[in-house]
Design a protein around this ligand. Structure first.
Ligand SMILES: Nc1ncnc2c1ncn2[C@@H]1O[C@H](COP(=O)(O)OP(=O)(O)O)[C@@H](O)[C@H]1O
Ligand SMILES: [Mg+2]
Length: 210
C-alpha cells in the first residue's frame, strides 16, 4: 500500500484557506484519489472542543503557555485519530493549518520560545510533517478586510495588527527555511488565480513515486 500524501494550508485570517480547500478537494477527488479533509484546531471531537475554547472571546485571560499546550493536545489527537490512519491506508490528507501555525501564532504571535514548540512537535506529532505546505500570503489589512465579512471576531481575530504582522513574518521565515516543503502562493490574487497557482504547486505530488 502506497502511503497517502499530506498537504497543509497555512496563512493568516481571511487569506482564503477555506475557499481554496474546496477547490483543491474537488480537483484531487476528480483524480480518483480518496481524500480526507480536516482542520486545526479541530478535526476530532477533542480538537473541536479545544477549538471552541481557544476561539471563545470569554477566554481572554488564556496564557500563551496554555494556548500552546491546548493546540498541541488537539494536534496529538488529530495525528493519531485521523491523519496517520488515513495516510497509512493510502488516503490523502488535506489539512486547514498544521504545526506551522503554532510556530507562527504561538511562536511569532505570542512569543513562545521556538525550542519549546520544537519539543512539543516531536512529542505530539513524532515529527510528522506535511509533504507539501501551501502558504497563502497576503498583506494583513487585506486579510482583515476579507475576514471582517464573516461576522463577530473570535479571540484571536481581535488581536492588533502588530500580532498578525509577526504571524505573517514567522510564516514567511519558515517557508524560507524549508523551501522544499513550502510553496508560497500570492493570496491577493483572484480566487481562480490562487487555485491555479496552488494546483501547479501540488502537481508533483501526483507523480507516482518509484
Ligand atoms: N482570492 C480571493 N479574493 C477575494 N476574496 C477572497 C479570496 N479568497 C477568499 N476570499 C473571501 O474572503 C473571505 C475569507 O476567505 P476564507 O477562505 O474564509 O479565508 P480563511 O479560511 O483563510 O480565513 C471569504 O468571504 C472569501 O469568500
Ligand atoms: Mg478558514
Amino acid at each position: 500500500m502506497t502511503r497517502g500524501r499530506f498537504i497543509s494550508l497555512e496563512g493568516g485570517e481571511g487569506a482564503g484557506k477555506s475557499t481554496l480547500l474546496a477547490g483543491l478537494r474537488e480537483y484531487i477527488e476528480q483524480q480518483g484519489i480518496d481524500l480526507v479533509q480536516t482542520r486545526e484546531p479541530g478535526g476530532t471531537a477533542l480538537g473541536e472542543a479545544v477549538r471552541s475554547i481557544v476561539l471563545d472571546p470569554a477566554h481572554r485571560g488564556l496564557s500563551g503557555e496554555s494556548e500552546l499546550l491546548l493546540m498541541f493536545a488537539a494536534r496529538a489527537q488529530l495525528v493519531r485519530e485521523v491523519i496517520e490512519p488515513a495516510l497509512a491506508a493510502g488516503r490523502w490528507v488535506l489539512c486547514d493549518r498544521f504545526t506551522d501555525a503554532s510556530y507562527a501564532y504561538q511562536g511569532g504571535g505570542r512569543g513562545q520560545p521556538v525550542a519549546r514548540i520544537q519539543a512539543l512537535e516531536q512529542w505530539a506529532t513524532e515529527g510528522l510533517r506535511p509533504d507539501l505546505t501551501l502558504l497563502l500570503d497576503l498583506p494583513v489589512a487585506t486579510g482583515r478586510a476579507r475576514a471582517a465579512g464573516r461576522g463577530e471576531a473570535d479571540r484571536i481575530e481581535v488581536e492588533a495588527d502588530a500580532f498578525f504582522e509577526r504571524v505573517r513574518a514567522s510564516y514567511r521565515q519558515r517557508a524560507a527555511q524549508e523551501p522544499d516543503r513550502f510553496r508560497i502562493v500570492d493570496a491577493s490574487q483572484s480566487i481562480e488565480a490562487v487555485l491555479r497557482a496552488s494546483l501547479a504547486a501540488i502537481a508533483p505530488l501526483f507523480e507516482v513515486s518509484p
